[in-house]
Design a protein around this ligand. Structure first.
Ligand SMILES: *[C@@H]1O[C@H](CO)[C@@H](O)[C@H](O)[C@H]1NC(C)=O
Ligand SMILES: *[C@@H]1O[C@H](CO)[C@@H](O)[C@H](O)[C@H]1NC(C)=O
Ligand SMILES: *[C@@H]1O[C@H](CO)[C@@H](O)[C@H](O)[C@H]1NC(C)=O
Ligand SMILES: *[C@@H]1O[C@H](CO)[C@@H](O)[C@H](O)[C@H]1NC(C)=O
Ligand SMILES: *[C@@H]1O[C@H](CO)[C@@H](O)[C@H](O)[C@H]1NC(C)=O
Ligand SMILES: *[C@@H]1O[C@H](CO)[C@@H](O)[C@H](O)[C@H]1NC(C)=O
Ligand SMILES: *[C@@H]1O[C@H](CO)[C@@H](O)[C@H](O)[C@H]1NC(C)=O
Ligand SMILES: *[C@@H]1O[C@H](CO)[C@@H](O)[C@H](O)[C@H]1NC(C)=O
Length: 506
């Protein structure tokens, strides 16, 4: 008898940890805030099937998370303030326990601030701008499930270190609306500026004609040219550089194209015009930095299911909508990550309302995402893996990935196509070509700004644009026409004009 009792006692002890790690039952309100407009590659219609897939899989697996009942609510964020209004409206009815999205920087900033204030965790596959790394205060509840621009910039920092480059010119196209290229190169600027000589050059994407010859003058002054711009603009620059023989190995050219798979690699030089041949030669000096994509067996089923849902929905105006991209994968993994963190938090005696605690469980951890391993750093930002592509067959003009950068262990992997010659600066000696290029760029910047200011005033009465204007205007008038001040002004513009300062001005 006593034997049985003690056996029962030990059984209980043995069962106890099993019971506490069993599935917890919980209703979770999830608010998904993404744009409805399918011209965004992270539109609701594209991402929702991935989130539903994650939800279904957790429910039907019978595993640890099968007791979590996610009530999804999908709201249109647009790419601006609508996102905030969605959050506020939804909170008046029933506060969500989790917010997924927004992706656009200007939509995400106020939503994350508000949600952090309300102690609601936010997971986004976007909000990639450097400003969001401030997790101490205003973005305390934000977890970024995709690598931010600052993580991407590590790829450049590693290359600069490895190949001993010293100077860079950052050329970016700015639409003054979503500003993806601005934020992309802001990350590179922040990462490199302490150790290297970095000069930014902004091109107003609304300008009718791009004067590549003007921009070329600045290239003479640098070693490495890093571009984030539309495909046509990149081609103009490369052609202009090629005509001045800057593609002979004395300069290194990069463009950054993280998401749009149609516009890089093989044939990105090809337009079917009379410059194709020249462009192919020019592009042999151009390398492209892009996301490293991985797949694994589970991904196949996920991909098929998501594609099927999207095709069944027969969305109008949805080109290549069934393309699985970083955002689609990211939001799938976001729901999984939340489930893991919530489960742990509950086991530690907290509830779904303890947003800060749940957020803490999401950071500094590694788990298996749908496409591969996902590692988040201690600030809840994902480590990134990136590929560098280069033209490996100059006759055919085809591209291959030549090296990969792994953020989690900060290491490079050189692939068979890698040719160190292409990464070595050759015949460096300062070219005596100083017809005041710095002054020129400053003038250019100012006139560009004026155009933007006038354009935004006429074109839209948006409040945001107004604050931009105020901010930029202040910088413009403060700027003196001496070379030194010109440079300081530009640096300040890149650094200050971040998500944070734009919104704190408002
Ligand atoms: C979606 O966005 C595109 C590009 O910004 C725009 O041309 C189009 O009119 C928008 N569609 C809708 C339905 O708002
Ligand atoms: C781009 O497409 C190629 C071929 O379809 C694929 O191998 C690669 O992973 C894609 N890259 C991205 C960033 O989507
Ligand atoms: C991708 O790039 C192509 C070629 O530059 C362009 O026509 C297309 O609009 C881009 N798509 C997106 C979603 O940015
Ligand atoms: C994906 O997996 C699920 C469950 O394992 C299965 O029911 C479904 O048919 C699979 N889908 C495809 C397209 O293979
Ligand atoms: C992150 O996790 C590792 C082990 O998983 C731990 O050793 C380390 O202390 C953690 N760092 C922080 C800041 O929590
Ligand atoms: C480019 O073309 C080559 C040869 O056709 C092919 O092996 C390679 O995978 C292609 N690369 C991309 C990025 O499409
Ligand atoms: C770094 O991590 C990647 C991917 O996890 C792995 O393939 C690679 O071997 C690692 N490199 C080193 C030097 O540990
Ligand atoms: C490449 O061209 C530039 C400009 O014409 C020249 O200064 C440089 O010496 C050349 N480099 C090599 C390796 O030929």
């Amino acid at each position: 008898m006593s034997c049985f009792m003690s056996l029962g006692f030990y059984l209980c002890l043995w069962l106890l940890p099993v019971r506490t790690s069993a599935a917890v039952k919980e209703d979770i309100e999830v608010l998904v805030i993404l744009p409805k407009n399918n011209s965004y590659i992270f539109s609701l219609a594209r991402v929702a099937p991935a989130i539903e897939y994650a939800r279904q899989r957790m429910k039907s697996s019978g595993g640890l998370y099968s007791g979590l009942n996610f009530n999804m609510r999908y709201e249109d964020s647009g790419c601006g303030n609508d996102a905030l209004f969605s959050l506020v409206d939804s909170c008046c009815e029933k506060k969500p326990n989790l917010v997924l999205g927004p992706v656009c920087e200007y939509a995400a900033a106020p939503v994350v601030r508000m949600a952090s204030h309300w102690n609601i965790p936010v997971i986004s596959a976007g909000a990639l701008a450097s400003g969001f790394r401030d997790k101490e205060t205003e973005y305390s509840h934000l977890t970024r499930i995709s690598p931010s621009y600052l993580k991407m910039a590590e790829t450049f920092a590693a290359m600069f270190h490895q190949f001993n480059w010293k100077e860079a010119l950052l050329i970016y196209e700015d639409d003054k609306e979503e500003r993806n290229c601005y934020f992309t190169l802001e990350g590179v600027h922040l990462k490199l500026m302490d150790q290297y000589n970095i000069a930014p050059l902004v091109i107003n994407s609304k300008d009718e004609r791009v004067n590549a010859d003007e921009h070329i003058k600045l290239i003479y002054e640098s070693e490495v040219v890093i571009m984030c711009a539309g495909a046509d603009f990149v081609r103009e620059i490369m052609l202009a550089a090629h005509r001045r023989r800057l593609t002979n190995g004395s300069y290194i050219f990069f463009n950054i194209e993280l998401f749009n798979n149609t516009s890089y690699g093989n044939g990105s030089w090809m337009r079917g015009d009379k410059y194709d041949n020249e462009a192919r030669q020019a592009y042999s000096a151009l390398k492209t930095v892009t996301l490293l994509r991985t797949v694994k067996p589970e991904f196949e089923n996920f991909s098929l299911e998501v594609k099927r849902s999207i095709q069944m929905a027969r969305l109008p105006d949805c080109e290549n909508c069934d393309n699985i991209n970083m955002f689609v994968e990211g939001f799938h993994d976001a729901l999984m990550l939340y489930a893991m963190a919530l489960h742990e938090a509950i086991r530690h005696g907290f509830s779904k309302n303890h947003g800060a605690e749940i957020t803490k469980h999401m950071w500094n951890r590694t788990f298996e995402g749908i496409a591969g391993q996902v590692s988040l750093d201690v600030y809840g930002d994902r480590y990134g893996d990136f590929s560098v592509m280069s033209m490996t067959d100059p006759d055919a003009g085809t591209y291959q990935t030549v090296c990969n950068y792994f953020g989690v262990n900060e290491s490079f992997q050189m692939l068979p196509g890698f040719d160190p010659e292409h990464f070595t600066l050759k015949g460096r000696h300062r070219v005596a070509h100083t017809d005041q290029p710095d002054l020129k760029s400053c003038e250019l910047g100012v006139s560009g700004l004026t155009v933007i200011i006038v354009g935004s005033l006429l074109g839209t009465a948006m409040l945001m644009a107004f604050y931009f204007f105020r901010k930029n205007y202040r910088i413009t008038i403060e700027r003196r026409m001496t070379q030194e001040e010109c440079d300081i002004g530009k640096h300040r513009q890149l650094r200050e004009d971040s998500i944070r300062s734009n919104f704190s001005a408002a």
